[in-house]
Design a binder for this molecule. Structure first.
Ligand code: NAI
Ligand code: MG
Length: 499
């Protein structure tokens, strides 16, 4: 059996060519019904690496039909058995970590060593983790009369539509499809325009283990492919990660159908550095928190760093030195820390924000690291990280999600004032505070308006830690047991009268 399985392909160009023009529907790689495709570009070099299939409503119809059919049998497979198969997916994906890391590097421009390998590893871990949670799909009994039994249990929803973005597609896909499958659902995944091939490869690998049609993968644009998926009458749940703007469109369509949604949207996460903080640790935390290794393309990016007046200048100097020492270059190169921005649209957007910051009176742009001088990268979408000082919390750079390597360091003197400023945002995804004072830390944990508050660390999402925002950052939680139970099942109540 194992011999018949797909072997890892370490040449990502070959893999991109092989996967070109294909969707995965009913367990098979097929072209879009229309035969249309669109180019996928390597942002580090500007070359076209392949053509993704242009999925549209007819493909959505085929994928959802296949999913609905497969789901009926899957729901009858005992939960433990489903879990075993999903965990097996995780183990097989482990053999493909290097392959997937190279392919995601090629299509998104993220650095292989600092980003892609880690993400591919978490993909595999998430399947193993959720597979093991299958026995937790259990209900409750409610005390009634001695002759009456009221109990609850968990039923799958049916077909789940999962729409993912390009910044961490493997991790985000895993957090959606692994719990959905374990809970007994079938899934149709819609990948982001910028990053279709790695997601398709994962689905191809999974289709060796799981029944055909149980999950299906569509590539295509939002309005032509994502929108009909959300609107499809047989899709009973949508889980989406992306922009606030698109999240609202998804939510409106779901409201028409009265189906549940999970929305993981943007952020403008505050990081507060108190005067007593261990400064070097806080600086390291800012580098991780800002995801400079991911060109800042993270919804949790610590893009508003409030630093106490007494340590502000030292913090900025240390942060600048750290980011200066990071190597920007060919994402495939093991020496590279920082890769390229994913697309021309994002590149322009980030440059526009940097220009706006520079034009703001009182602001200083501390430009870090160096653009690569390798001529093969001349057309690459590289942006030097910028640390802005002298901006206030009401500037557009401190209010809007930039999704690039740009952060604002804002000086403060008063704790009450900094809590108010940190909360003065439409977002509420994540926050951190850096202090040695436990009383302050505990107070801030309670008062910061965010789905996740961390003290003296800036850890990246893990499959077992509940994750999701409040305010405009979204609805519902991903990761953890709670996400599987609350977001991918219905709770049914049953009452038996034995009198
Ligand atoms: P987007 O929200 O438009 O795209 C995310 C996904 O939604 C993609 O798969 C896209 O094809 C799909 N989509 C787009 N329109 C749709 C529609 N009408 N119906 C259903 N699906 C649709 O985000 P985009 O354009 O890639 O990036 C724009 C900004 O969004 C970024 O600059 C960033 O600020 C934010 N963003 C936030 C992310 C996060 O992790 N929360 C991830 C990606 C982007
Ligand atoms: Mg968009």
């Amino acid at each position: 059996m194992a011999d018949a399985r797909l072997q890892p392909v370490l040449d990502p160009h070959a893999l991109a060519r092989e996967l070109s023009g294909k969707l995965l529907i009913g367990g098979r790689l097929v072209p879009a019904r229309s035969g249309r495709t669109f180019d996928v570009v390597n942002p580090a070099k500007g070359d076209v690496i392949g053509q993704a299939a242009f999925g549209e409503a007819a493909d959505v119809e085929a994928a959802v039909t296949a999913a609905a059919e497969a789901q009926k049998a899957w729901a009858r497979v005992p939960a433990r058995q489903r879990g075993k198969l999903v965990a097996e997916c995780g183990r097989v994906l482990q053999d493909h970590v290097e392959e997937l890391a190279r392919l995601i590097t090629l299509e998104t421009g993220k650095a292989l060593r600092t980003e892609s390998r880690i993400e591919a590893g978490v993909l595999s871990d998430s399947f193993v983790y959720y597979g093991g949670l299958a026995p937790e799909l259990k209900g409750e009994t409610v005390p009634l009369l001695p002759t009456t039994l009221n109990f609850t249990f968990r039923e799958p929803i049916g077909v789940v539509g999962a729409i993912i973005p390009w910044n961490v597609p493997l991790l985000l896909m895993a957090l959606k499809i692994a719990p959905a499958l374990v809970a007994g659902n079938a899934v149709v995944v819609k990948s982001a325009e910028e990053a279709p091939f790695t997601v398709l490869r994962v689905c191809q690998i999974l289709s060796q283990i799981l029944p055909p049609g149980l999950f299906n993968m569509l590539s295509g644009y939002g309005p032509e492919c994502g929108a009909p998926l959300v609107a499809h009458p047989k899709v009973g749940k949508v889980t989406f990660t992306g922009s606030v703007e698109t999240g609202k469109i998804v939510y409106k369509t779901a409201a028409e159908k009265l189906i549940p949604v999970t929305l993981e949207l943007g952020g403008k996460s505050p990081m507060i550095v108190m005067g007593d903080a261990e400064l070097d640790k806080a600086v390291d935390g800012a580098v991780v928190g800002m995801r400079f290794t991911r060109q800042g393309q993270s919804c949790t990016a610590a893009s508003r760093i409030f630093v106490h007046d007494s340590v502000h200048d030292a913090f900025v100097a240390k942060l600048k030195a750290k980011v200066d020492a990071m190597v920007m270059g060919d994402p495939m190169d093991e020496k590279t820390d920082i890769g390229a921005i994913v697309s021309c649209a994002q590149f322009t957007r980030v440059q526009d924000y940097i220009r706006l910051g520079r034009e703001t009176s009182g602001a200083t742009a501390h430009v870090c690291s160096r653009l690569p001088d390798d001529p093969s990268l001349a057309k690459g979408l590289f942006v030097q990280p910028v640390i802005f000082t002298g901006l206030t919390n009401d500037s557009r750079l401190a209010r809007e999600e930039i999704f690039g390597p740009v952060t604002c360091v804002i000086r403060f003197t008063d704790y009450e004032d900094v809590i108010a400023q940190a909360n003065d945002t439409e977002y509420g995804l994540a926050a951190t505070i850096w202090t040695r004072d436990l009383k302050i830390a505990m107070d801030a944990i309670h008062r910061l308006e965010a789905g996740l508050v961390q003290v003296n660390q800036n850890m990246v999402v893990q499959p077992n830690i509940s994750y999701g925002g409040i305010k405009a950052s979204g609805l519902g939680k991903e990761a953890s047991l709670e996400a599987m139970l609350e977001h991918f099942t219905h709770k049914k109540s049953a009452i038996i009268n034995m009198a």
